[in-house]
Write a protein that binds this ligand. Structure first.
Ligand SMILES: Nc1nc2c(ncn2[C@@H]2O[C@H](COP(=O)(O)OP(=O)(O)OP(=O)(O)O)[C@@H](O)[C@H]2O)c(=O)[nH]1
Ligand SMILES: C[S@@+](CC[C@H](N)C(=O)[O-])C[C@H]1O[C@@H](n2cnc3c(N)ncnc32)[C@H](O)[C@@H]1O
Ligand code: SF4
Ligand code: SF4
Length: 352
């Protein structure tokens, strides 16, 4: 904890050391990486309870006054783009659609940082009714989480019977021009047998599917390395039905590696965060719904921008706090280390 004087009142907030940092405005770290991709969590609330993410009862509620307001989010996004080199912004959560002022947040950001892609990662529940408004506000594209197209299985995995709403949301997003639309599916023992069906559904729907290796970020702490489905295992299952040709990554810092399917233009991606980690090329920086900067999914060391912002810090001061948070970023998640300990926050509380 560092004491920072910003006039009256004097407020305490975490500031990470900038010692040894080169003279640059950008969000550099000690490992030569530059963070340009900002992921903004805007709520801890969610309409689903995916077993690999949330506890059955949901996450503890964040008090309304502790959440960043729409105007505060727009200000931080503006600082990110104008002062520290952010080139892409993604809204996430929790479920971003749970915020009734999401359109206001998007419109505010679109006006403040014109030309910067504004994406959203969502479960698509209720998106049917908001896709057109979100697109009009300036949202550019969406990635939708969908682990199964079998209604009973979906209800089991998410503890909610909402598959029809998700599918309607995907259709509405396509109609609204939120493209390219990608589907994310977390790999699990209980879904592996349906993986080929899910891929066929996505090929038929003309959307790109990416499978994600499950990470130890579930609120229930049930993740176990020996139980997880690896990219290699998935590839062997998919290869029984599809001809897959490796393409690689869109760009070095993209989490997904891609495979061409059946010699067509359609692809399937795998985000192998555990067995083929991409930490050495990481370009991510995160802001939690409470306004703390988190340099890595797995690092609980957060820098509190909200306290500074509400105490009257200038844009320059906020930018410096952000730079300090990222300068002290770890090399990677360390899941393979003998002394690995999962972070305190689960995926839904960080913003995946
Ligand atoms: N290890 C790790 N995994 C991540 C990170 N960001 C996203 N993921 C994983 O990748 C999944 C998909 O992320 P999305 O929110 O769709 O974002 P994206 O893949 O960067 O999006 P695109 O730009 O469309 O490729 C998430 O659900 C996470 O499981 C990250 O910084 N580190
Ligand atoms: C936390 S969710 C937030 C956004 C939105 N609610 C959704 O599900 O897309 C963001 C992403 O994290 C992924 N995720 C959640 N828990 C995960 C875990 N334990 N390992 C890997 N990915 C996870 C989800 O599949 C989703 O794609
Ligand atoms: S993955 Fe997304 S939809 Fe599922 S519980 Fe977590 S926040 Fe909600
Ligand atoms: S685990 Fe951390 S360092 Fe690795 S890719 Fe994700 S955010 Fe980046």
């Amino acid at each position: 904890m560092t004491v920072v004087s910003m006039g009256i009142p004097t407020v305490r907030f975490d500031a990470a050391s900038l010692a040894g940092r080169p003279e640059t405005d950008l969000l550099v770290d000690r490992f030569g990486r530059v963070a340009r991709d900002l992921r903004v969590s805007i709520t801890e609330k969610c309409s689903l309870r995916c077993t690999y993410c949330m506890p059955e009862e949901g996450l503890p509620a964040i008090a309304a006054e502790d959440l960043l307001s729409a105007d505060e989010i727009v200000r931080v996004v503006g600082i990110g783009v104008e002062r520290v080199g952010i080139r892409e912004v993604r809204f996430t959560g929790g479920e971003p659609l749970m915020r009734s002022d999401l359109e206001k947040i998007i419109a505010g950001c679109a006006a403040r940082v014109p030309g910067i892609p504004l994406a959203m990662t969502t479960n698509a529940v209720g998106l049917e009714h908001r896709a057109a408004k979100l697109a009009a506000a300036g949202l550019t594209r969406v990635n939708v989480s969908l682990d199964s197209v079998d209604r009973a299985h979906f209800a089991e995995l998410t503890r909610r019977d909402r598959l029809p709403s998700v599918l309607a949301g995907i259709r509405a997003a396509a109609v609204a021009g939120l493209a390219p639309l990608k589907v994310n599916a977390v790999l699990m023992r209980e879904t592996l047998h349906g993986a080929a069906d899910l891929l066929q559904w996505c090929l038929d729907a003309g959307v790109e599917l990416r499978f994600i290796e499950q990470m130890p970020l579930d609120a229930d702490h049930a993740w176990a390395r020996e139980n997880m489905v690896t990219a290699a295992e998935l590839l062997s299952v998919l290869s029984e039905r599809f001809e897959l040709a490796a393409i690689g990554r869109e760009d070095p810092s993209a989490p997904a590696e891609e495979w061409r399917v059946n010699g067509t233009e359609m692809t399937v991606g795998i985000i192998a965060s555990v067995t083929r980690s991409f930490c050495s090329d990481c370009d991510r920086t995160r802001m939690t719904a409470e306004g703390t900067i988190r340099s890595c999914l797995f690092s609980d060391r957060e820098v509190d921008l909200r306290a500074a912002l509400r105490a009257g810090a200038s844009d320059d001061e906020l930018a410096d706090l952000w730079r300090g948070a990222m300068w002290n970023k770890w090399a990677g998640h360390g899941i393979d280390a003998a002394d690995f300990v999962p972070p305190e926050r689960s995926m839904g509380a960080i913003g995946g």
